[in-house]
Design a protein around this ligand. Structure first.
Ligand SMILES: Nc1nc2c(c(=O)[nH]1)N[C@H]1C(S)=C(S)[C@@H](COP(=O)(O)O)O[C@H]1N2
Ligand SMILES: [Mo]
Length: 196
């Protein structure tokens, strides 16, 4: 498996099913929930910072869906919960010119992006829990993105910033050649990718 991995940085996460650990930055120090902050700004009417408690006070959404890494490993039926990105965006109210989002990580290196339309989907989550437990540091906790219909590289770990803007900036892997629109496709028959 490691030989299929362009990063050479993976290992199985203990107790994590068949998840493999990915971090282009080598990881980040544990972020206590009480110190967690998510900055949401850019083309929004109400830029603000969310604490972990702020996220917990928003409507909670749960979904059971697959994880698919572009290098081939897959974990079926993972339970995720947290705040729908669309519910978070309703709090900050994107301006009419807004068309894209950029996500930043506390690792200071990894970035990702979505169009505003993709971000509004009902299967894109600002996730705080995985398999019924708080997301552990190795999985990008306390808060990571979970973009169900796309390859797992879209699901940025250690989420600490969302900048709403007017153009999609290619993320870390996308600068290295991976698709910006990373639909997993119809191969598993249940990821709801648009048929194009
Ligand atoms: N910040 C950050 N997020 C990231 C990555 C990364 O290197 N850094 N790797 C991505 C890739 S390629 C995958 S497959 C998943 C792996 O998540 P896991 O370590 O929880 O299995 O995280 C994605 N999000
Ligand atoms: Mo990946």
């Amino acid at each position: 498996m490691a030989q299929n991995d362009p990063t050479g940085l993976t290992a199985l996460i203990p107790g994590g099913g068949r998840f493999r650990f990915y971090s282009v930055a080598g990881g980040v120090d544990e972020i206590p929930r009480t110190e967690y902050r998510l900055r949401v700004d850019g083309e929004v009417r109400r830029p603000r910072e969310f604490t972990f408690a702020d996220l917990a006070a928003l409507p909670q959404t749960r979904m059971v869906k697959d994880v698919q890494c572009v290098t081939g490993w897959r974990v079926p039926d993972v339970e995720w919960s947290g705040v729908l990105l669309s519910d978070l965006l309703a709090e900050v109210r994107p301006n009419s010119v807004a068309t894209a989002l950029e996500f930043g990580s506390a690792d200071g290196v990894y970035t990702e992006s979505l169009t505003l339309d993709q971000a509004m989907r009902p299967d894109v989550l600002v996730a705080t829990h995985m398999q019924g437990e708080p997301i552990i540091n190795a999985h990008g906790g306390p808060v990571r993105l979970y973009v169900a219909p796309m390859y797992f590289y879209k699901s940025l770990k250690w989420l600490d910033r969302i900048t709403v803007g007017t153009q999609v900036d290619p993320g870390y892997w996308e600068e290295l050649g991976y698709d910006v629109d990373a639909w997993v496709g119809g191969s598993n028959g249940r990821d709801d990718a648009p048929t194009v």
